[in-house]
Design a protein around this ligand. Structure first.
Ligand code: NAP
Length: 272
């Protein structure tokens, strides 16, 4: 396939690029510097030049606390951006895969969130991402919105690498024990996104690694163990005690229906 990747400098964008290259796709990967998804005209021009079969959008403003301060920037990147990509994809007959997040839910539900649950974002970031899903779907019926959470992987900064780096620097770590999510390995997510693009299945998909999920603390402990670091001397804290700017739900666990995939990999729910 000819695949255009937006946000290719980020954690997921790098994983998508690597995965698609390994599948021998023709890849056109753009970082923020070379392709700004908020610039509708340039998005249109680039997509018309590349004429991809699929556009995979990994670009977003992911600074959850920053989004509370600058909601205009959050909406430009996370809502207008996917819409711009969807409109341009429609013009050239491409399918669009755009990533969304567990932050669109408020975390008050008992159990896992599925596609049948109504979103209720409690932060600007969550609102802007939900708006992005909806605008993209309105602009292009072939939009595939992939919701995921707690993504980790090699390279760049993510929760896993931050925990390990800080421990190696000898820092005392605070770990949150009362907030949960579904850790998802970036290469697994990337593989599922490409698969969805290839199958051309429009809709909303929850794509996470299988399992019961984990608290930030459990995830940190597993990361330290995997990296061969000392797991002792952690300071257990609550989410609320960190006084972060953006409100965060305590439960961000996504789950899916009708697993159609190998158990070791991210599960996809297909709802028609
Ligand atoms: N990481 C997670 O745990 C997680 C969980 C759920 C959902 N997601 C979603 O997954 C997607 C990818 O996240 P990630 O973890 O890979 O985040 P990331 O590492 O922050 O990557 C996002 C990339 O998008 C770029 N970007 C920002 N604004 C842009 C714009 N206007 N035009 C083009 N590129 C832009 C950023 O570049 P600069 O840094 O140079 O601005 C960055 O390279 C996002 O949609 C995010 O909401 C992530």
């Amino acid at each position: 396939m000819r695949i255009l990747v937006a946000g290719a400098g980020g954690l997921v964008g790098r994983a998508v690029t690597e995965h698609c290259l390994a599948q021998h796709d023709q890849i056109f990967s753009y970082t923020h510097e070379t392709f700004d998804i908020t610039d509708a005209a340039s998005v249109r021009t680039t997509i018309e030049q590349v004429r991809p079969d699929a556009v995979i959008n990994c670009a977003a403003w992911t600074d959850v606390d920053g989004c509370e301060i600058d909601s205009a920037r959050a909406h430009a990147a996370n809502a207008n951006g996917p819409e711009n990509l969807a409109k341009a994809s429609r013009r050239c007959g491409a399918v669009l895969v755009t990533i969304s997040t567990d932050y669109i839910f408020d975390g008050t539900k008992e159990g896992f969130y599925t596609q049948r649950d109504d979103p209720n974002p409690i932060s600007v970031y969550g609102l802007s991402k939900l708006e992005g899903e909806r605008r993209a779907q309105r602009a292009l019926a072939r939009t595939i919105a992939v919701r995921t959470g707690f993504v980790f992987g090699a390279g760049g900064r993510n929760f896993l690498s931050t925990v390990v780096e800080r421990r190696r620097r000898g820092e005392r770590l605070k770990t949150i024990s009362d907030a949960w999510g579904t850790p998802t390995y970036a290469p697994h997510l990337a593989a599922r996104m490409r698969e969805l693009a290839e199958r051309d299945l429009p809709g909303i998909f929850h794509v996470v690694n299988s399992g019961a999920g984990a608290s930030y603390e459990e995830f940190a402990l597993a990361a330290l163990e995997a990296a061969g670091c000392d797991q002792t001397n952690l300071e257990t804290v609550t989410m609320r005690s960190l006084n972060r700017r953006a409100p965060r739900s305590l439960k961000q666990s996504l789950m899916v229906f009708l697993p159609s995939s190998p158990p070791r990999c991210a599960i996809i729910c297909l709802l028609f």
